[in-house]
Design a protein around this ligand. Structure first.
Ligand SMILES: Cc1cc2nc3c(=O)[nH]c(=O)nc-3n(C[C@H](O)[C@H](O)[C@H](O)COP(=O)(O)O)c2cc1C
Length: 735
């Protein structure tokens, strides 16, 4: 709930001032070039000159010019002097304070900077404009503050501010990444902007500087040379803003030194300080606000401000893009809720889960299934509810999204009277401590209802993985007996860009058993990939993507194990390939199914072509981590295309054990789940000792294997399999 308050405030502030923020950023970008331009002109003073004393500077100036009227170190770090040269000319010049020589003549500010400054400061609307600009700074500051709070909430605390961000949506990902890095400059820009505006409207306490000079007692003795004035000797140019020289030799005329923190009045004969006025804090803040807001005097800071302004433009774009995508999923229900066969309840904060649930709902409707979709918080008297499917994300620290936070109360308030079946699908991220916690809470609550029956075990989807979603669709399609075909494009996920792969090897037709073959490819564009990633193939005139689990061999080629299906468009296309042929395909990263970086033991379970990704994982097992492979196929001959490779890995100690289960031998029928059951204690020990189980192959096999593993966990470890799954000890890629 609180999360949505912050999010709506963040969005509200941005929406209400978006046009002005846009203007301020664009003009800010242009104005950032002004100090850069000044620095490039190279009239600024060196760091050595900044260390030079006022005494030496005045001595040099006096030698070089007939008269010096004033001397200034401006905000661009340039020494600007008003002098009368030896030719008798009165000039404003940039000088080098070390030798007093002229290094340039100041030019008028370029009209574009003048015009932009006016627009940036007051929108050409004088006072009203200044007021709007001030308010715009305030709103931008509030946007930055609510943004910080949102990042802290999202990341699970202040200490996690810079921790890894889960990338589910590019706009959201870069909005946060950029937000973290540009936060400080944006806060500085906005706070200084607010301060400068308050000052312009005289809303800050002001203290006028009045010199306390006793003109009756000004001393004319001892006469001292300027270069020996103690005050001048003690002040370096880096602290000077301006020096006003005495108007005449009259004793009542004096030097005025405007320093960064005070003003000094100095007797021109004796060098004595006759008045010293320290600036109030407000004046100091004002000085530094101007420098920090404009970037004057520092190329680096100007560049940072430039990037911050560009960042603000990106925030506006990505923020609105995210809002539009959230709002774009509109639920349409052609039937009333009490006519529905299938009731879908969704919990979603950012819109991803709603998008996935809605695609499912649309596909059900397309297949004439009576589906009704609504938010979990809209649960009420569902008097004819038969099959309930809850699809929900988890937010905060394992909490419900804001459109689902009343559901657990509502289901108590409106108990379901009739018998019904349910199933839960959780969307979440393993980056959070409580992975899919709210989905599990819903499952537990539904399990406890007297007339409920869990039809499908809970499924979870990490980082909106389309592959995991497809696996769930396969399961749910069997359960509902409805053909479901949801493509990435139905979810607004863009098709991957394909590149060329050259065929290095393909199992010869005579060696193929069960229509299965191995295809070795090399990427002609040096695409990076890992064993467990997927190869996406898009046949001509067919937008649907076919995914194959891949292996990375020791020689960086890509290995796919393919089963040819009689009517399979892509499997037949691959089957026809020959050495040196070119195939267009894309690599889809599948980090969730990479070989674990830290594990003292790994068990790989596969049937048929599911062995594909494990071949590369085993071959690349440089650390000789004990790996056991459980493989199921029809008969011994089915294993022949992998056999030599597997035996070689065993003799190289990259693979510890291989256990095979054959389902079509004349004597016995064994399945991988039978082998697992036989080794129940070893599996329990593996999980208890932080080992990892990886499963690849058919969904039917996966279901059976999970059933056995779950019962082993419950019996031997007194915990459900989901406990280990949540700890990342169960990785699956099934189709
Ligand atoms: C602020 C925030 C907190 C989250 N907290 C959790 C959490 O505790 N557990 C979890 O599994 N996922 C958590 N997630 C991940 C979301 O559940 C996941 O990104 C989901 O796909 C978002 O779906 P939605 O866009 O429909 O809200 C969190 C995400 C965010 C932004």
């Amino acid at each position: 709930m609180t999360l949505s308050i912050w999010r709506y405030s963040h969005l509200g502030f941005a929406l209400s001032f978006s046009v002005f923020i846009l203007l301020a950023s664009i003009t800010g970008i242009i104005l950032a070039f002004e100090p850069i331009n000044e620095q490039v002109e190279n009239h600024h003073i060196s760091s050595v000159a900044k260390e030079q004393t006022v005494a030496n500077t005045i001595a040099v100036l006096k030698k070089e010019y007939i008269e010096v009227v004033s001397f200034e170190i401006n905000t661009h770090n340039q020494a600007l002097a008003d002098v009368v040269t030896k030719d008798g000319e009165n000039k404003q010049v940039f000088i080098n304070p070390i030798n007093g020589k002229i290094i340039g003549i100041p030019k008028d500010t370029h009209p574009i900077f003048k015009w932009t400054t006016n627009l940036h400061r007051s929108l050409f609307l004088k006072k009203t404009g200044r007021f709007i600009v001030g308010l715009c700074s305030l709103f931008l500051c509030l946007i930055a503050i609510t943004g910080i709070i949102l990042i802290c909430k999202r990341q699970g605390g202040v200490l996690q501010f810079f921790s890894k961000i889960v990338k589910e949506n590019s706009n959201q990902y870069f909005h946060i990444i950029l937000g973290r890095w540009s936060l400080i400059p944006i806060l500085i820009l906005t706070l200084t902007g607010i301060y400068l505006s308050l000052e312009k409207f005289s809303l800050l306490p002001e203290k006028t500087i009045n010199y306390q000079i006793d003109f009756d007692n000004i001393k004319a003795e001892p006469k001292t040379e300027v270069e020996n004035f103690i005050a001048f000797k003690n002040i370096q140019l880096k602290d000077v803003k301006q020096i006003e020289f005495p108007f005449s030799d009259n004793i009542e005329d004096y030097y005025t030194l405007y320093l960064t923190n005070k003003e000094l009045v100095i007797n021109q004969i004796t060098g004595e300080v006759i008045s010293e006025e320290v600036y109030p804090l407000s004046k100091l803040i004002s000085y530094y606000s101007l420098i920090l807001h404009t970037g004057h005097g520092s190329i680096l800071w100007s560049l940072i401000l430039l990037l911050a302004c560009l960042g603000i433009l990106y925030f506006l774009y990505s923020g609105f893009a995210m809002t539009l995508s959230r709002k774009s999923t509109k639920i349409k229900n052609p039937i009333k809720r009490n006519q529905a066969e299938i009731t879908l309840l969704v919990g979603s904060e950012g819109g991803t889960t709603l998008n996935y649930a809605n695609a499912f709902h649309q596909e059900l409707l397309k297949n004439n299934a009576k589906s009704y979709l609504t938010h979990l918080n809209k649960f009420g008297n569902f008097t004819s509810l038969k099959k309930l499917i809850v699809i929900t994300a988890t937010y905060g620290d394992g909490e419900a999204p804001s459109n689902a936070n009343k559901f657990l109360e509502l289901i108590k308030k409106h108990p379901i009277q009739q018998e019904f079946e349910f199933s839960v699908l959780g969307f979440g991220s393993r980056a959070y401590q409580h992975f899919c916690k709210f989905a599990y809470d819903v499952q537990e609550t539904l399990q406890q209802l007297p007339n409920s029956k869990e039809a499908l075990k809970i499924n979870t989807i990490n980082n909106a993985s389309f592959e995991a979603y497809t696996e769930w669709l396969n399961e749910v399609s069997n359960y509902l007996d409805v053909k479901l075909n949801i493509q990435k494009k139905d979810l607004g996920i863009k098709k991957m860009k394909t590149s060329s792969f050259k065929v290095l090897n393909i199992t010869s037709k005579e060696k193929q058993v069960d229509n299965t073959f191995l295809l070795e490819l090399s990427s002609l564009t040096n695409k990076k990939f890992n064993s467990g990633d997927l190869l996406a193939i898009y046949p001509k005139n067919d937008d649907r993507e076919r995914l194959y689990s891949i292996s990375k061999t020791r020689s960086n080629s890509l290995l796919v194990s393919v089963k040819r299906h009689q009517l399979g468009i892509v499997s037949n296309l691959l089957h026809q390939l020959e050495k040196a042929d070119i195939l267009d395909a894309a690599i889809v990263p599948n980090k969730e199914f990479h070989f674990p970086k830290k594990a003292n033991k790994v068990v790989c379970i596969a049937t048929g072509t599911g062995i594909g990704p494990f071949l590369g994982m085993i071959e690349n097992n440089q650390k000789n981590i004990p790996i056991d492979l459980f493989w199921g196929g029809r008969n011994e001959a089915s294993f022949s295309i992998y056999k030599d490779f597997i035996l070689k890995q065993q003799s190289n100690r990259k693979l510890k054990n291989i256990f095979t289960a054959y389902s079509r031998t004349s004597t016995t029928k064994t399945y991988v789940q039978d082998l697992i059951q036989q080794q129940d204690t070893a599996f329990a020990e593996l999980l208890e000792n932080k080992g990892v189980i990886m499963i690849c192959g058919s969904v039917a096999m996966q279901k059976e294997v999970l059933k056995v593993l779950d019962s082993i966990c419950k019996e031997e470890l007194k915990k459900p399999l989901s406990y280990y799954e949540n700890k990342g000890q169960l990785l699956m890629d099934c189709y």
